[in-house]
Design a protein around this ligand. Structure first.
Ligand code: ADP
Ligand code: ASP
Ligand code: MG
Length: 815
């Protein structure tokens, strides 16, 4: 015989039940079957809601009851042929009358005892099983209905009764021996005590009913049919990359379900484990998929970790004090009181000093537990030997599970460092003596991030997911998005980096998609997006709390430059081409660097100097390897270089500057380039990255712009002033020609002093032949004394800047 159990979603409506009947009818051709069904999806919750409403004298229980009734009658009309409807409607109406009487009673008394609560909750399975039994009869005529309460006997611990296996097993054995039907249909979850009162086996307990029946009837296998393709490596609702586990041992499955893998109710394994009955977890909606096989002989796939599970809504209780040390029996008293209060302990750790003991329980039990514990240790607390019990709520347990973990070293190290890198704070740790699980307690709002990073670390071939929050999609930003789009596949396959853009914003609109924005249509998506709002952007990015998040600033905006700290503090890396932050007050620059270190969030700004050229990265390596920068000489403005390279007697200064703007070589405000401020900012950043402390005001700016141009307040008047002062620029050019030299805007740092300004560069200088918009930097260091280390190449332009930003993102991906 085979026992099949179909869960709430599998029997949610007539359409799904038809799939169930197909599976049952096919299986029944070769096997005798016991089929256990849950209540229709959501019905148990509604029943409990109605009973609580009634008990608190809230008339809305009638509306809830109406909703339950409607669900059932609708299913009947879509499932059962008209000729059979009358009979089933009669049966179900009688059940509803009884249910209504119970609820009315609760309402009148304003009271709900655990016994009544179970009686009411049992209607979910009673109704579903009787309706399905009628429909089954049409498909398998040799089928019958049996009320599980007559077979499964429990104590009177209502809400989660304990099974009396001696009595139950013989009742089941006898029943199936004498029953000849091909298919027996039974309700899950419900049982009865010695006095015949209805009891329930705990939420999710239909799985357990099926296991009890499988054991008692000596079934050859137990099949749990649900709405997913098996037991997954992690909860598939939270971890998109989770995969079904092919085979797993009873113990591993038990551990995973104990730590929250809801797909299997934890007590389910026990009865079948003893009898060595294999369990299959199968998907009603994809019946042909293999699913998961739980047995004594799982095959190994080489990965010592089988799965990751978690329990939300956990509270940690800590009992500590000198009175705990060496006093035999404090733990015993602690656990006794919890057991007396019927509080389930999920997690225990004890410091070896015995000074404190820490236990994890469900949030809902926390207040009750604290009161009971403080009462038990009242004397010690009054004598200051033990502190009142400390309660921390809204935590979550995450557990790594695997039979073979004990044979592998360093797994816990890997687990903790993975979480640490993502700034997930671990509040408590426990490792079972069997080493079949390592569990940690963390904050509830870190759970999704923790599960996904751990899953990535242990199951995804080390592919690292990078989540980008991009601010600014102008010239450079657009190129950046295009480059990601093009390289996505390559990065995934070759560098094992999966780059996703989660948010994009320009100054008008922004668009978020937690699953990654479809890059081929980002322009339409942002147009259709919500109104841009910097604060909303920040809080949304933080609240998503995704692992390996990077804020990418592709603006030249000072307000955007002032928010980096808010990201870094949340362990969100910052990549920026915006120079404002790094060239602001030294304290601010230093603070950002410190935050980056403290919160383990990279802060990279390679494109602040020389666009995509690897200048800052090279400098970092020099410093890290112990070199010291003594002198820097550089042409750092691609825009000024473009301008002075093209400026000639036939191409006016004004026109060249205009053209540089059109080609995207200048800042949106060209005065920032022409005034020398931009170059001053760049050399300042190089000086600071070399390890010196300096402020922008300390850099001497030998500006070549006449006063009048400097004093303009907008682009229009600035350009007008360039025409007006044309003679000044022509004089500069003539002087350069007469000296046989070229005009270059040079930044210098030497002897602790820095300056920027236009210089006449003689032919023999390496700066003389600097073409187009190229940049050049010469570092004179302790190691590069006579011949400087020289970096040269295109130092402006949207594509190279975008690729520099991209390189920073990849650097973080490779960390
Ligand atoms: P049923 O109503 O069929 O009993 P449940 O809702 O009780 O179904 O259990 C199935 C659900 O368990 C899945 O839809 C999934 O969201 C959740 N789940 C949590 N952890 C896991 C896991 N590790 N593997 C599979 N499913 C899981
Ligand atoms: N219907 C019950 C519940 O929702 C039992 C089950 O579905 O397994 O908890
Ligand atoms: Mg279930």
């Amino acid at each position: 015989m085979i026992v099949l159990k179909f869960g709430g979603t599998s029997v949610a409506n007539a359409q799904n039940i038809k799939l169930v009947l197909e599976i049952v009818s096919k299986k029944s051709q070769n096997n005798k079957l016991a089929v256990v069904v849950s209540a229709f999806s959501g019905v148990t919750d509604l029943l409990l809601k109605a009973s609580n409403e009634a008990a608190s004298k809230n008339e809305s229980y009638k509306v809830t009851l109406e909703e339950i009734q409607q669900k059932h009658f609708e299913t009947i009309s879509n499932l059962v042929s008209e000729s059979h409807q009358k009979q089933v409607i009669e049966t179900i109406t009688t059940e509803f009358n009884q249910l209504k009487t119970l609820l009315d009673g609760c309402f009148l008394l304003g009271e709900l005892s655990p016994r009544t609560s179970d009686a009411i909750a049992s209607f979910g399975e009673l109704l579903s099983s009787q309706i399905i039994a009628v429909a089954l009869k049409k498909v398998v005529s040799d089928s019958t209905f049996k009320d599980s309460r007559q077979l499964v006997k429990t104590n009177s611990n209502f809400g989660k009764a304990s099974v009396n296996f001696n009595v139950t097993n013989s009742l089941i054995e006898d029943y199936f021996k004498s029953n000849t039907s091909k298919v027996v249909l039974l309700p899950g979850f419900i049982a009865s005590d010695e006095k015949g009162n209805t009891t329930t086996l705990g939420r999710g307990g239909s799985d357990f009913t099926a296991a009890i029946l499988a054991n008692g009837s000596h079934a050859t296998s137990l099949e749990i049919w649900t709405d997913v393709n098996g037991m997954f490596t992690a909860n598939p609702k939270l971890v998109k990359q989770a995969q079904p586990i092919e085979t797993i041992s009873y113990e591993e499955a038990m551990e995973l379900s104990h730590f929250g893998a809801k797909v299997l109710y934890p007590p389910t394994i026990q009865p079948v484990l003893k009898a060595n009955i294999p369990i299959w977890i199968k998907n009603t909606f994809e019946a042909n998929v293999n699913g998961t096989l739980i047995s004594n002989t799982p095959e190994s796939n080489g990965n010592p970790v089988k799965g990751i599970s978690h329990i939300e809504d956990i509270a940690l209780l800590t009992l500590e004090g000198s009175g705990m040390i060496g006093v035999a029996g404090s733990s015993k008293r602690l656990f006794e009181v919890l057991s007396k209060e019927n509080i389930n302990v999920v997690f225990i750790t004890q410091a070896s000093s015995e000074h404190s003991i820490c236990i994890g329980i469900l949030n809902n039990d926390a207040d009750k537990a604290k009161n009971a514990i403080d009462e038990t240790f009242e004397l010690e607390i009054s004598q200051n030997k033990i502190n009142p019990c400390i309660v921390e709520k809204d935590l979550c347990i995450v557990a790594l599970v695997g039979e073979n973990m004990k044979n592998h070293q360093g797994l816990s190290g890997k687990m903790f460092s993975t979480l640490g890198k993502n700034n997930v704070n671990i509040r408590a740790i426990a490792q079972g003596a069997s080493e079949r699980n390592i569990s940690v307690v963390i904050n509830k709002n870190d759970v999704k991030k923790a599960l996904n990073t751990l899953h990535e670390r242990f199951f995804e071939d080390n592919t690292k997911q990078i989540n980008l929050f991009v601010m600014g999609v102008g010239n450079v930003g657009e190129k950046f998005i295009d480059q990601i789009h093009q390289q996505k596949k390559f990065l995934k396959e070759n560098l094992k980096i999966n780059v996703r853009v989660i948010a994009i914003s320009n100054s008008r609109k922004m668009h978020f998609n937690e699953d990654g924005i479809a890059l081929k249509e980002w322009k339409e998506l942002i147009e259709k997006g919500e109104k841009a709002d910097l604060n909303a952007f920040i809080s949304k990015s933080k609240n998503l709390n995704l692992r390996n998040s990077i804020f990418v600033d592709i603006t030249a905006n000072d307000v955007v430059a002032s928010i980096y700290d808010q990201f870094l503090k949340e362990n969100i890396a910052v990549v920026t081409c915006n120079k404002i932050a790094c060239s602001s007050k030294f304290d601010n620059y230093k603070n950002l660097k410190n935050l980056s270190r403290k919160y383990n969030a990279p802060f990279l700004f390679e494109t602040n100097v020389g666009a995509g050229l690897p200048i800052i990265d090279t400098l970092k390596h020099l410093i890290a390897s112990g070199d010291k920068v003594n002198k820097i000489q550089a042409v750092l403005s691609g825009s000024l270089n473009f301008i002075f390279n093209n400026f000639s007697s036939t191409y006016s200064f004004h026109d060249v500057v205009k053209e540089a703007g059109v080609q995207g070589f200048t800042e949106p405000d060209p005065k920032i380039d022409l005034s020398g401020i931009d170059v001053a900012r760049k050399i300042l950043i190089l000086i600071r990255e070399s390890g010196y402390q300096m402020e922008i005001e300390e850099i001497k700016n030998n500006s070549f712009l006449p006063e009048e141009c400097m004093n303009t307040t907008n682009n229009e008047s600035f350009f007008a002033s360039l025409i007006k002062n044309a003679a000044h620029f022509e004089n500069l050019l003539n002087e350069a020609n007469s000296k046989n030299s070229r005009l270059k805007f040079v930044a210098t740092f030497e002897n602790g002093k820095a300056s920027v300004g236009l210089e006449f560069i003689p032919q023999e200088s390496p700066f003389y032949n600097l073409e187009g918009k190229d940049n050049i930097v010469q570092f004179y260091t302790d190691r590069y004394v006579d011949q400087p280390l020289l970096i040269k190449g295109a130092g402006a332009g949207a594509a190279v800047t975008a690729s520099g930003i991209f390189a920073d993102v990849v650097r973080i991906g490779n960390l």
